[in-house]
Structure formats: C-alpha cells, structure tokens
Design a protein around this ligand. Structure first.
Ligand code: SAH
Length: 282
C-alpha cells in the first residue's frame, strides 16, 4: 500500500480500535498505523502493554480501568473522557481488546461520540471468540457439524447470567456456542443448556489467555465444565466453546504439535474424506 493510502489521524478525531485477542502481533496494520499517529491512547484492561511500544514516543497513555482515584469508571465516564480529549484537539486512539464491536461496548462509545459530534473511525480487530479459538486448534465451523455459530455473553449489564437469552432456543438451535465472560456463571449456564436438551457429555473447551504465552486449554464436557474449571483453577479471561467442533482439536492443536505433542486423532469427527471433493460448495 502506498503511504498516501494510509488514513491520516486528524486532531479532534477518535479512532476506536480492536487490539486482537492478546498476542500483540495479532493487531492489524490499520491499528499499527493508528498507534504511529495517535497522541493520546485510552486503553482497556485486556490490552497487552507491549502493544503500546508501537505508540509514538510522545503519546500520552491512559488506562480506562482506573482513573483519578476512582475504582472503576463507568461507561459514561469513559465516553465523556473521550469527548473531552477530542474537543481538546487530541488524536485519540481508543484501544479495546479483540474487536471493539463484539461484547466490548464499542457500539455504545461510538454512539456517544457521534451524538457529541465527534468524528470517528472504527478499526476492527480479531475477536477472542474467533482468533483465540484458532490458537486452541478449534475451527468455528465444519461442514460435518454446524451451519451456524452463536456468540453469547455470560454476563448481562447487571453482572448476572443474561436473562434476555432464551437458553432453551439456543440449546436447541445452535450446534456450536461460543461464550464470552462466562466463567463466573459457568455452572448455571451449563445447567440451563442441559435443561434445554443438550447432552451433558457434549465436548466443551475452556481457553484462557488465548494466544498469550500463558494460554491454557481445558477440554471437558458440559456436565463437568464448572467443576473442572475450579479444579484446574482456570482463570479468566477465557473463551468457552461448546459443541462437537471442540473434538477437532485432537487433530488441529498446532501449538501442541509445535511443542512436540503427538496428533491424537487424524479424523476426530469420523468425517467423510473431503480431499477429492469438488470445492464449488465450500
Ligand atoms: N471485544 C472483545 C471481548 C470483550 S469481553 C473481543 O472481541 O474479543 C471480554 C471477554 O472476552 C473475556 O471475558 C473473555 O471471555 C474474552 N477474552 C478476551 N481476551 C481473551 C483471551 N486472550 N483469552 C480468552 N478469552 C478472552
């Protein structure tokens, strides 16, 4: 791409960017371009500090988790801060984990900015539920298993199991369920899915700190997940995958294979041989 084609960061703008699931090298080139121009960066808890090494040396950096002695600013405080910075003529980069528009309140922040008349640009990122699971060797779709994926949050705005979720419908209708922020209420969530008709023996993977050096992957089942998570002391942030798709890890755990582990199963789904198929229906 020619230099002139990169977006120029103008004063008074807020760029709302996703920094990917963890590993700094998973940011996009657009985010790198933003880091090289922003003069004020407001970042979230799950941002790896190494990402900030790419920022301008004179850029000011502010953590949105805690500020001015307040324990935890609410969303309104953060939005007001972004508006204030933009009005002061700063080039404000708002860095969020994963993708800003996936369970990250990026939509709310963007809306506040637009309402305040602040010009914005959105820089998408790799969401933990996609890229993080790729690091665990779990593809989100497989033609032999699922034609749909459900992304779900285990937390509503009151910190409870989402009451707006129709668990019965999800249990019945979605072959693969990917859950964010579901560690706290995992036992209750699994129970609701089983009540909704899912088999307690269905495979589940819990992937914590995905893509980072301290990544951990727990393979368990719907019936055992909560107990196993406590027993193995798996800590958030974790992304949880429910469905037969999890078995693919037995073949595709590429990080394990790089570390010398054997492939457990070359055909964990007992799939048809796809190799000689025509690719026109991919
Ligand atoms: N916007 C983010 C999600 C923010 S919600 C995205 O698109 O990824 C925060 C939740 O994301 C965490 O509770 C966890 O479920 C998930 N998450 C974020 N980073 C993660 C990581 N490195 N490993 C596992 N899960 C992660």
């Amino acid at each position: 791409m020619r230099d002139a084609e990169w977006p120029e960061f103008l004063p008074g703008w807020v760029w709302l960017a996703g920094a990917g699931p963890g590993d700094p090298s998973l940011i996009t080139l657009q985010v790198l371009n933003a880091l090289q121009q922003a003069d004020f960066i407001v970042y979230d808890a799950l941002i790896d500090p190494r990402i900030l090494d790419w920022a301008r040396e004179d850029a000011e950096v502010e953590y949105a988790g805690k500020r001015g002695g307040k324990p935890s600013p609410n969303q309104r405080d953060i939005s007001l801060r972004l508006i204030e910075l933009a009005r002061a003529g700063r080039k404000v980069l708002r860095l969020k984990g994963g993708d800003p528009f996936v369970f990250g309140r990026g939509g709310e922040e963007a809306q506040s900015l637009v309402r305040a008349g602040i010009p914005i640009r959105i820089l998408p990122g790799i969401s933990a539920g996609i890229g993080g699971l790729a690091y665990a060797g779990i593809p989100l779709t497989h033609r032999d298993i699922n034609q749909a994926v459900t992304f779900l949050t285990g937390h509503d705005r009151h910190g409870l199991t989402p009451s707006a979720v129709n668990w019965q419908a999800i249990a019945k209708g979605s072959q693969v369920i990917i859950m964010y922020m579901a560690m706290k209420h995992l036992g209750e969530i699994c129970a609701r899915l089983i009540q909704g008709g899912r088999d307690g023996g269905e495979p589940v993977a819990v992937v914590s700190n995905a893509s980072l050096p301290n990544m951990q992957v727990l393979e368990t089942t719907l019936g055992q997940a909560d107990q196993d998570v406590r027993q193995h002391n798996i800590q958030p942030p974790a992304i949880i995958a429910v469905g037969e798709i999890v078995k693919m890890r037995q073949c595709l755990d590429w990080l394990g294979q790089m570390a010398g582990e054997e492939v457990r199963h070359l055909d964990p789904l007992g799939s048809r041989d796809h190799e000689h198929e025509r690719e026109d229906s991919a």
